[in-house]
Design a protein around this ligand. Structure first.
Ligand code: ADP
Length: 374
């Protein structure tokens, strides 16, 4: 057995998986919520693991992998945690105040619990460090941008990278020969254009707010709306943050933030939900077209994460109107729910349309081993 513990520690939650990397079998997994002390949560996690299965009592991971949201420009790959790395993650907290402090608290608790094994940080931003300057630079005063580290970083990189590799495997092709658009549609959502296994463009930006319509985030909008609201309605920065990150997207449009509820309401004839679904799919099609152009060709469009893996309705709303781009949908394949990686495009289509379940924990464990065994 080669047990690797993968930890996704938020400000008030702790998600974990213990994976045997000899077989890639998940030995234990869980989610602790309302966490106020990460050290206490770690002790609770160890109790849960031992109680869940007798054979795991006393088991100790040979290494711990940590999800870290923001790696800035400092981290373009998974990195063994040292004191210096901890300091850097701490410094990056100004770019990701909602995420990095919770990630850091989890790493510190894990080091206290497992002081003798290597800890590896895997960054959501790392996969997108391959973006060219023309993709990551915002067209604002370069002095202001540089002083405040303003640029596109992109997120969901662990998922995009995993799904791209699985796509190559599924198609029996070499990743280096493929042009892929991955649509990660969960509560948060982002699109990524991947050429030869490298991210060349992605829809999330300096923060996870930009791009697609999400559960409670607006995605793209005219930034002048923020100045306008602050002038005409005295919105403060915190209120704008709340409006755009928590009260927009599906929840802002419909009052519902779960795609299942929005779909049900639309089917029942609610016009707001129908419009929300149209906006959601329209925005995705906008990005698919743009990324097709940037990639200069296209082998596969891949749906992943909660909505992408489960909503046949959303997939149909995205793909059916794109027949002119060579995208087709086999209705009966699209309607099948559950299962692993599958093709949903029609027979002989120029571009494969796939559903590939993401697995960020496994990808973190694999990247950890790559780093430790390099
Ligand atoms: P997170 O970004 O929190 O990791 P997930 O990838 O788990 O999110 O996606 C969560 C979202 O997936 C939920 O908000 C829900 O709207 C959506 N979802 C899950 N199952 C279905 C389904 N059967 N049909 C439509 N949407 C679904």
């Amino acid at each position: 057995m080669k047990p690797i513990l993968v930890v996704n520690s938020g400000s008030s939650s702790l998600k974990y998986q213990l994976i045997d990397m000899v077989t890639e079998e998940v030995l234990a997994h869980g989610l602790l919520e309302r966490v106020s002390d990460h050290g206490v949560a770690f002790a609770q996690m160890l109790k849960e693991i031992a109680a869940g299965e007798p054979r795991l009592e006393g088991i100790s991971p040979v290494a711990v992998g940590h999800r870290v949201v923001h790696g800035g420009t400092a981290f373009s790959q998974a990195t063994v945690v040292t004191d210096q790395v901890l300091t850097q993650i701490h410094e990056l907290a100004s770019l990701a105040p909602l995420h990095n402090p919770g990630n850091l608290a989890g790493i510190e608790a894990a080091i206290a619990a497992f002081p003798d094994v290597p800890h590896v940080a895997v960054f959501d931003t790392a996969f997108h460090q391959s973006l060219a300057p023309a993709s990551y630079t915002y067209a604002i005063d370069t002095a202001v941008a540089s002083k405040h580290h303003i640029r596109r970083y992109g997120f969901h990189g662990t998922s995009h990278s995993y799904v791209a590799s699985r796509t190559a495997e599924f198609l029996g092709r070499d990743l280096a020969d493929l042009k892929i658009i991955v649509l990660h549609l969960g509560n948060g959502a982002s699109a990524c254009a991947i050429d030869c296994g490298r991210s060349i463009e992605t829809s999330m930006g300096m923060t996870p707010l930009e791009g697609l319509v999400m559960g409670s985030r607006s995605g793209d909008l005219d930034p002048a709306i923020l100045m306008y609201l602050s002038r005409v309605a005295d919105y403060t920065p915190d209120q704008l943050d709340l409006l755009l990150n928590r009260e927009s997207g599906l929840v802002g449009l419909t009052g519902l933030n779960d795609m299942r509820d929005v779909s049900l309401a639309a089917t029942a004839g609610d016009p707001r939900s129908t419009l929300a679904l149209e906006i959601y799919a329209h925005r995705i099609r906008h990005y698919v077209g743009a990324y097709f152009a940037l990639l200069g060709g296209l082998d596969a469009v891949v749906f992943t994460a909660g909505v992408g893996e489960n909503s046949a309705d959303v997939r149909a709303r995205v793909i059916v109107p794109l027949a002119h781009l060579g995208l087709t949908l086999d209705e009966s394949r699209n309607a099948v729910s559950g299962g692993g990686a599958r093709k949903i495009s029609g027979e002989g289509a120029a571009v494969s349309v796939l559903v590939i379940p993401t697995n960020e924990e496994l990808e973190i464990a694999r990247q950890l081993l790559d780093v430790l065994e390099a």
